[in-house]
Design a protein around this ligand. Structure first.
Ligand SMILES: CC(C)(COP(=O)(O)OP(=O)(O)OC[C@H]1O[C@@H](n2cnc3c(N)ncnc32)[C@H](O)[C@@H]1OP(=O)(O)O)[C@@H](O)C(=O)NCCC(=O)NCCS
Length: 164
């Protein structure tokens, strides 16, 4: 498969959204359900991948979700999703969630995750994605780490196939 689409920067697709932690999304302790947070992560991640690909995407995997602190009802939830790497037909997106005290404005990093999306063509087949142009040293480091993780995943995936 030939990949000839023009490259895009991380900033081209980065998504930052803010939501309010609502009572109907919370448990009896007044903290937002983990499942609700996962939905926020997937939504922001998908919007980032769609912006990069400008095509339909599907979630292929959600990896390494850490819930470091609870999010309380009434707090603001800031969701930031940015591309870490573009592969052949898939992209990896890192999502970070901060909660913000609505009165004091103090922020706390509550959750982070990495999500892989696969770009699909009109027939629903995996389609080539634009290359990612990393501009800063941090972006280059994140991209390098993503490629290393993917190499490990591919080895494990291949090993699994052989065992069957
Ligand atoms: C994701 C999906 C499209 C991959 O299809 P497939 O036939 O396995 O396609 P391929 O093996 O050719 O892989 C296509 C790409 O997906 C990636 N991929 C497939 N499974 C993956 C996984 N579990 N984690 C990360 N990447 C994955 C491959 O690495 C490949 O990426 P690359 O082209 O950048 O190298 C298919 O498994 C699917 O439709 N899954 C269901 C998706 C879904 O319904 N998500 C939830 C609702 S949105």
């Amino acid at each position: 498969m030939k990949r000839s689409r023009p490259g895009k920067t991380v900033a081209d697709s980065t998504v930052v959204t803010t939501a309010l932690a609502q009572p109907n999304d919370a448990n009896h302790l007044g903290n937002i359900f983990g499942g609700k947070v996962l939905a926020m992560i997937d939504l922001a991640g998908a919007m980032t991948a769609i912006r990069h690909c400008r095509q339909t995407v599907v979630t292929a995997s959600v990896e390494r979700v850490d819930f470091d602190h609870p999010i309380k009802i009434g707090y603001l939830v800031i969701i930031e999703a940015r591309l870490t790497a573009a592969f052949r037909t898939s992209v990896e997106v890192a999502v970070e969630i901060h909660s913000e005290n609505p009165i004091t404005g103090s922020r706390c990093r509550t959750c982070s995750a990495r999500v892989t999306y696969v770009c699909l063509d009109e027939a629903g087949r995996p389609a080539p994605v634009p290359p990612l142009v990393c501009e800063t040293p941090e972006e280059k480091t994140r991209e390098r780490d993503a490629h290393a993780r993917r190499a490990t995943w591919q080895q494990e995936r291949r090993r699994g196939d052989c065992e069957e």
